[in-house]
Ligand binder design. Structure first.
Ligand SMILES: C[S@@+](CC[C@H](N)C(=O)[O-])C[C@H]1O[C@@H](n2cnc3c(N)ncnc32)[C@H](O)[C@@H]1O
Length: 304
């Protein structure tokens, strides 16, 4: 894991990248006839501007195709990481896992899309306080209240201790949990990522799993992908959320091994395309600078 600067403390702030990510999901559902991720709530959770972008053909063309056109591979990454994580989550639920922790949840709508899990799965959505306030407001507006099986946990990965926040929120450390950490690791400093992994280790019973996406170290990005990677870095920096951490897959494996998790799956960009984009001409190839990975806490690893 390579530190690339220091992340800003964000208490009280609303994440613009979280809105952008949900805006992309809203666009994907509206304009792709066979959506890879069918997120019917995204359009209702985003800001009025992004709602217009999703609905209005001309505005959609200007924003998504003209202004954000160069970023279409990033849009693909956004959709595929969510599809990948939800597929892995559903396997875990089928295997008996009953706790789902969404780290850096943003405007994720899994809980709203799956009311059938209300009686069986507890969901913990973790995000910084300002983002949590906005999320709760929007969920109340679209759902008429907060779903009873979801607990919103407001904390800052840079300052607070995740395991204390999750324990206070009622997570059961005696039962396995599935942790997703999407679109977020690259905005955090190395100490915050380590502290978060330590907290996960402090709470995760055997068979718990972690799915995440991460920014690939620059030397692993093919040369033709570097202009897009640089463009994205400039965009998110302008949005006030600079990317500050990147990984080599083996370094990520050893960070997770340190806390007792073993790799189950690694999904570099070309493999993302092979798994999800076969025979699809309506999506750009996945971004060259992000990979996904899945880890599991073994019985031997628990207690480290
Ligand atoms: C790009 S968004 C991704 C949101 C969601 N996971 C998705 O894929 O749409 C990054 C999320 O991480 C959260 N985040 C970033 N830094 C954080 C921090 N220091 N503490 C808590 N949350 C943070 C942001 O508020 C935001 O919701």
């Amino acid at each position: 894991m390579t530190p690339r600067g220091s992340g800003a403390a964000r208490a009280g702030r609303v994440s613009r990248t979280a809105t952008l990510a949900a805006g992309i999901r809203a666009h994907h559902r509206r304009w792709h006839p066979d959506p890879i991720l069918d997120d019917a709530y995204a359009v209702r959770l985003v800001s009025p501007f992004w709602r217009q972008v999703a609905h209005n053909r001309l505005l959609n063309w200007i924003v998504v195709h003209k202004l954000l056109g160069p970023f279409h591979p990033i849009h693909t990454e956004n959709i595929l990481r969510a599809r990948y994580a939800e597929d892995r989550l559903e396997e875990a639920i089928a295997g008996g896992v009953r706790q789902y922790v969404i780290l850096g949840a943003g405007l994720d709508s899994y809980a709203l899309r799956h009311p059938e899990l209300a009686e069986s799965v507890r969901i913990f959505e973790v995000d910084q306080p300002g983002m949590q306030t906005l999320k709760r407001q929007r969920v109340r507006q679209v759902h008429g209240g907060l779903p009873a099986h979801v607990t919103f946990v407001a904390m800052d990965f840079e300052k607070d201790r995740l395991h204390e926040a999750l324990e206070a929120a009622g997570l059961d450390p005696g039962a396995p949990a599935f942790f997703s950490w999407l679109g977020t690791t690259y905005y955090l400093t190395r100490p915050a990522i380590r502290d978060t992994l330590d907290s996960i280790a402090a709470l995760a019973a055997p068979d718990s799993r972690v799915v995440l996406d991460y920014l690939l170290a620059r030397h692993l990005i093919p040369i033709e992908g570097l202009p897009l990677a640089d463009k994205l870095e400039r965009l998110v920096k302008r949005l006030g959320e600079p990317m500050v951490s990147e990984f080599i897959p083996e370094e990520l494996d050893s960070e997770l091994a340190r806390v007792g998790f073993a790799p189950l799956d690694r999904v570099p960009p070309d493999e993302q395309g092979r798994r999800y984009l076969r025979n699809r001409r309506d999506m750009a190839a996945p971004a060259p600078n992000f990979a996904f990975a899945l880890y599991e806490r073994s019985r031997a690893g628990a207690g480290t």
